[in-house]
Design a protein around this ligand. Sequence first.
Ligand code: NAP
Length: 313
Amino acid sequence: MVAKAFEKISAYFFGTYLCAMQILNGKEASQAIKDDLKLSVAQLAAQGKKVPHLAAILVGHDGASETYVSSKVKACEEVGFKSTLIRAEANISSLRLLDTIAELNTNYDVDGILVQLPLPEHISPDEVINAIHPDKDVDGFHPINVGKMVLGQPTFVPATPYGIMLLLEHYKIETKGKHAVVVGRSNIVGRPMSILLSGSGYPGNSTVTICHSQTTNLKELCQSADIIVAALGKPGFIKEDMVKEGAVVIDVGITRIPDASKKSGFRLSGDVDYANVAPKCSFITPVPGGVGPMTIAALMKNTFRACANKHHE
Ligand code: NAP
């Protein structure tokens, strides 16, 4: 194992791999976005205008959801937004949750509403998403906003794929004419990602293949990809032999793996076998520190946009 690792490191340094791998640092790129937003919010405040206000609803006490929501609230504080966190017990009725959303819809001060997913089984996520006013749907999951995104109209784009687009832009990665393989077809990551990368403009103009659990020739498709977006939630799934040299690899996966050596009791794992895949890539995102922070930055941008739309009314 040690010999194999040495072989890889020396191959990397002595030119077997033609490209120099660069890490796509989501922390750094997201900080640049948040710094810009902070300036814009300060300008609004200096002009006596309303600053953006995000309302987040957290149902239940799932550990990962708690972490995500607290990161979103923290980011709001960082950029100068107002935030309201509404907590509900896991046994909240669907009707009660819909009432809460209805109140937020009519509250002028609230610009963006997000309901942290997943929801308990007795609540339909579709019903909840459909209840959020499209003008406040900063997660970009409402059918009206999804429709606009598909048509290439300005709208709220789901935060994770939007964050990936911002990351590609930050690092000036060429996407035009490239073959992008998106692994995963969820409504929140894979599907919107495939639409954005295939759209016209930059980043975009890629030729996109979208894969899922029923894809039969996944390995071959990945091998032909210039860009791979792995969003399937299977730790280490994308292996070295699935990636061509010089590929751009975006790892969306976040899975908590029990790890007694960690204070938290777990470590985070992406969908890419990073140690073995990274030396072959031109660019790769780490986990953590890649797509995660970009998702939050994109949500902040959507919330700013929701508020700015009001200023332009
Ligand atoms: P999801 O709703 O469970 O969707 C997973 C997708 O992967 C499905 O389309 C599924 O196919 C496909 N898939 C599963 N096994 C596969 C296989 N063996 N080969 C090919 N495709 C396979 O998950 P998600 O919400 O999109 O999230 C995916 C991962 O991203 C998770 O680890 C999640 O935690 C992470 N995530 C991270 C962020 C972030 O900010 N970094 C944000 C959101 C999600 P079928 O449709 O056929 O079932």
